[in-house]
Structure formats: structure tokens, C-alpha cells
Design a protein around this ligand. Structure first.
Ligand code: B12
Length: 475
């Protein structure tokens, strides 16, 4: 393999210069530096909708690679604002909306599901044209999210290989972490790198391109990392924020601890600086928090951060598509969320069970949900700004339990949002899910797709789903 110049030789950025790296997201790479193409793959699913979704992990890695002297390009198979699309009204370019979709045959074993299975994202010939228009890179990095989207990942990698057969492809992300062996056997990548990628991506890139670039910052310090390279997106309709990583709760259905094993916090000052940056330089007005546990350790984290955001008085909106912890929602927190400009609030009630809840989680106890909603409303939030996630399709879950939970949420004047349960390997609930499924969940992650109600035995009643959906949507 060709030995490249090192970043220290070739990159005009002086590594000893203390300029804050995260405020310099524009490439400074030498033209001889390796080119890395980062790819967000297609989604294959029965339903998919963009809810402030960004490949945050992948773009974080792009930022890190760029800081280390690599040249980076980003190809987004989910780009809703692709130049080949009919031009949208600029005002309609918001952070939520439908992806383009095209029907596909249902995956083997799911032929009986009475719903359309689709590829979500850009047309294959648009991807091919973009690949052909890009100089042949030294390395391709592909990310992955939901485990059951793996066929979309495999299709994307195959498309990349058709244009660049000689270029090594590395796969990482949520699916690669939770189903490493499956990914190694089925996705067509040269290498699968599980786990958090900040340091590992540099090691893999160095090994696969022969370019040496010593680490430029302490990967343990979240404030030292560059901002995610969101500037590589053609349209930046919103920005995802990760103010903390990990979650101390050990909920039986959740994979957080497998993906982000340690709880780590960014400093409030660095988060505010990042918000200011995207708003000032890219005119972004919508910010989505991706934290698993934003309100945990609130006295040291969320509260001082919210105070600072409120003091900034920026004309921006914050959204929490990943739910907030109900038990942490007190009067002060609710008021600060409102003053700081939070616009969309999602709470994780998950289930209405009280006595047997401990098998699932210890997130909510008696009365806490109603009190959280009271605090939010007293702080100034309108009922329709507050959505409450309810898990539907847990092993052994009865219809009655979901109906009661929907009613309980509606009685508080806020909106129930049914979140279909997707069993995740490695979580406490996995074996129970396997035992309760009509599919062989261990055989193929596509069977864990939440749209197929994987934890129900035959005969499965699709009309039950329609009834629950209608009940949740009722005004
Ligand atoms: C934010 C989030 C969302 C956001 C959207 C995020 C998005 N990009 O689309 C919202 C709230 C909308 C969402 C929705 C859903 N989500 Co979600 N979500 C998350 C969450 C909390 C964080 C993901 C994230 O961005 N993390 C931060 C970034 C920095 O990490 P990362 O992407 O993993 O990247 C790191 C590594 O993976 C690696 N890496 C990534 N790419 C690559 C590439 C290479 C080459 C390498 C080397 C490394 C590498 O390095 C990165 C840095 O360390 C995860 C849980 C978690 N803690 O990860 C659940 C999670 C992914 N979601 C999950 C689920 C189930 C859902 C829903 C289906 C929930 C529902 N029932 O409705 C929906 C479906 C969304 C849809 N579009 O259809 C599950 C996935 C389960 C599964 N079977 O795969 C998770 C794991 C939560 C859980 N239940 O345990 N989600």
C-alpha cells in the first residue's frame, strides 16, 4: 500500500495550535491526503418517516477524519432534498417529512405481511450517478441504524461495489454493533467495526489507507471533539445535538448500554456554543436532542444548560424526539425547558403497568406521569406539544394494557404515540421476545421489524393494530 504523507506534514493546521478545533469544520486537508467517502444507506422497511433524522454518528466521524487531515465526501441515500427531486418550496424544507419510496419484494419469511415493503431514499440511478461523479476514494465508510434495516445496508454496499470494486468498505453503526456476526456474514463489507467509532475509525483508516495521523485530541473529552460535519449535507433543515451519552437506567427493552456503555456529559458552554454556531453560520432554527437521558444528572447538566440557552434568547426551537424521563420532570425543569425554547416534548411512559412494571424498567412510578404533564402545562406548554410514547407489542402484552395507557395519556390532554416494540439482541427482554415470536428472531434481524409485531404469535390480528392506531389518533 502506498505510504502517504502524514497529517502533520501535509495538513496546514498545526496540531500544537490551540485553536478550538470544533469551530473549524471546513476541510484543510492536503490534496494528496486520502479521500474517504461516507455513506448513509437506504432504508428498507414497511414504513419510514424523517423525524429530525441525521446520520449523526457517521458525520461525527467525518468531522474527526477531516480534523486528522483526510479528505471526506458524504453521500446521502436518504437525501429528501436531492437535486433530482422537484424543487421544494424553500419554506417547506423542514426537519421532518416523508422519504421518497419505491416498492420492493417483501423479505423472505415476511411475504404474508399485508403492508407494502419499500426502499426509502433516493433512486438507485441517482446514487450511481453520484458515485460515478465522485473521484475514486481510498476508503468507503457506511453507517447503519435499525438492525432490521440491514438489507438496505447490503443493497447500498452492493451499489458502491459495482462502481468502485477495488475500494475497501467498512461498516459501523447500531446494526453493526448489535448484530456484528450477522453483518460480517451478510452485508458485503470488507470489515465490520462495532461500537463507538471515534478512535476506531482513525485506526481503521490508517490501516486501510496507509496514512498516518496521530490522534489530535482526547477522545474521552466530548467537548474536545469537532462538531459533526453536518456542513457536508446539501440541505441542513435541522441539527441533531448530543449533549450527553449513555443512560444509567437499565430498561429491559433498550439497547442504550450496549451502544453507549458509559455516561458522559458535554459542558453546557460547549453545547451553547454549538447551537450558536449552527444558527449563526447555517441559519438553522430547529435542533433535535438525541440524548438517551438528557434530564439525568440535571443539576450538573440539563439545568445549567437550559439556563444558558434561555439567556441566549436565540430564535430557535428545540425538540426531544427521543423521550425525556418522566420522573425527572419537576417544576423548575419544565419552566426552564419552556424558557429555553423547547417546542416539541416527548415523554417516555412506555407502559401503563404499575405493579409488574419492574420487569421492564424503573423509569416511572405512581403519579409521576400526571405530575410531569401538570408541570409542563403550568410552564406554558400546550397539550399538543406534548407527545407520550407507549410501547405496543411487548411480549405477553394484552390489548387492554395498550388501550388503558392510551386513555390515561388522553385523559391528561396530551397525545399518545404508539412506539412499536422492536426486540434488540443483547437486551434483557430478548429471550422472552424470541420465545413469544412467530418468527425465528435469531435467524434474521428483519424479523425484529416493529411493523410486523414480532412478539405476537399466529394468528396475528392486523385489525387490532388499526383499532389501536385509530384510538391513539382520536381527537
Ligand atoms: C436518536 C435516536 C433516534 C432518533 C432518530 C435518529 C436517526 N438518526 O434517525 C429518533 C428519536 C427519531 C428515533 C426513532 C426511532 N428509533 Co431510535 N434511537 C436513537 C438513539 C437514542 C441514538 C442514535 C444516535 O444518533 N446516537 C448517537 C451517535 C453519535 O451514535 P451512532 O449513530 O451509534 O454512531 C456511533 C457508532 O455507532 C459508530 N458508527 C456509526 N456509524 C459508523 C460507521 C463506521 C464505518 C464506523 C467505523 C463506526 C460507526 O461511531 C459513532 C460514534 O461513536 C438510539 C439509541 C442509542 N443510544 O444509540 C436509538 C435506537 C437506534 N432507536 C431505536 C428504535 C427502535 C427507534 C424507533 C423504531 C422507535 C419506535 N418504536 O418508534 C424509531 C424509528 C425511527 C425511524 N426513522 O423509522 C433502537 C434500535 C433498535 C434496533 N432494532 O435496531 C435504538 C437502539 C434504541 C433502543 N430501543 O434501544 N431514534
Amino acid at each position: 500500500m502506498k505510504k502517504r504523507c502524514s497529517a502533520a506534514e501535509g495538513n496546514p493546521t498545526n496540531p500544537t495550535n490551540p485553536t478550538p478545533v470544533h469551530t473549524e469544520p471546513i476541510a484543510t486537508a492536503h490534496t494528496d491526503a486520502p479521500l474517504i467517502v461516507l455513506v448513509q444507506p437506504w432504508i428498507h422497511d414497511f414504513a419510514a418517516y424523517d423525524v429530525w433524522a441525521h446520520p449523526l454518528g457517521l458525520l461525527l466521524l467525518a468531522g474527526i477524519l477531516r480534523r486528522h487531515g483526510y479528505r471526506v465526501r458524504f453521500i446521502d441515500c436518504l437525501d429528501r432534498f436531492h437535486p433530482e427531486e422537484a424543487p421544494a418550496d424553500p419554506k417547506a424544507r423542514c426537519g421532518r417529512g416523508p422519504y421518497r419510496k419505491a416498492p420492493l419484494p417483501r423479505p423472505r419469511g415476511l411475504e404474508d405481511v399485508p403492508r407494502r415493503f419499500c426502499r426509502y431514499g433516493i433512486r438507485p440511478n441517482w446514487l450511481q450517478a453520484e458515485l460515478k461523479a465522485t473521484p475514486v476514494p481510498d476508503l468507503v465508510l457506511v453507517t447503519s441504524m435499525m438492525t432490521y434495516w440491514w438489507t438496505g445496508v447490503a443493497e447500498t454496499i452492493a451499489a458502491v461495489r459495482r462502481v468502485w470494486p477495488e475500494v475497501p468498505v467498512v461498516l459501523g453503526g447500531v446494526y453493526a454493533t448489535l448484530c456484528r456476526e450477522h453483518a460480517e456474514a451478510n452485508c458485503g463489507a470488507d470489515r465490520v467495526v462495532p461500537g463507538q467509532g471515534e478512535r476506531k475509525v482513525l485506526e481503521a483508516a490508517a490501516e486501510m489507507t496507509g496514512f498516518s495521523s496521530p490522534p489530535r485530541f482526547d477522545f474521552e473529552d466530548l467537548d474536545a471533539l469537532p462538531y459533526p460535519a453536518l456542513d457536508l449535507k446539501r440541505t441542513l433543515a435541522s441539527v441533531p445535538l448530543l449533549t450527553s451519552q449513555g443512560c444509567p437506567f437499565r430498561c429491559a427493552y433498550c439497547a442504550s448500554r450496549l451502544l453507549q456503555p458509559r455516561r458522559r456529559l458535554r459542558s453546557p458552554a460547549s453545547v451553547v456554543e454549538e447551537v450558536r454556531y449552527w444558527h449563526r453560520d447555517r441559519k438553522v432554527e430547529d435542533f433535535a436532542l438525541y440524548d438517551d437521558a438528557f434530564l439525568v444528572n440535571a443539576a450538573d447538566h440539563a439545568l445549567p444548560l437550559l439556563e444558558r440557552l434561555a439567556a441566549e434568547r436565540l430564535p430557535v426551537r428545540f425538540h426531544t424526539p427521543n423521550a425525556l424521563h418522566i420522573q425527572k420532570m419537576d417544576r423548575q425543569t419544565a419552566r426552564l425547558l419552556h424558557r429555553a425554547g423547547f417546542h416539541t416534548i416527548r415523554l417516555g411512559l412506555e407502559t401503563d403497568r404499575s405493579t409488574s412494571r419492574r420487569d421492564l424498567d424503573e423509569k416511572v412510578s405512581e403519579g409521576q406521569f400526571e405530575s410531569a404533564v401538570r408541570h409542563l402545562k403550568a410552564a406554558g406548554f400546550d397539550g399538543n406539544q406534548i407527545g407520550v410514547y407507549l410501547l405496543a407489542g411487548l411480549p405477553d402484552q394484552q390489548e387492554r394494557e395498550i388501550v388503558d395507557a392510551i386513555r390515561r395519556v388522553r385523559d391528561c390532554g396530551v397525545s399518545p404515540i404508539l412506539a412499536h416494540y422492536s426486540p434488540v439482541p443483547g437486551t434483557t427482554l430478548w429471550q422472552k421476545a424470541v420465545a413469544s415470536s412467530r418468527y425465528d428472531l435469531d435467524a434474521d434481524p428483519v424479523f425484529t421489524n416493529n411493523a410486523v409485531w414480532p412478539c405476537r404469535k399466529e394468528p396475528f390480528s392486523w385489525s387490532l393494530w388499526s383499532r389501536l392506531k385509530a384510538l391513539a389518533a382520536k381527537r
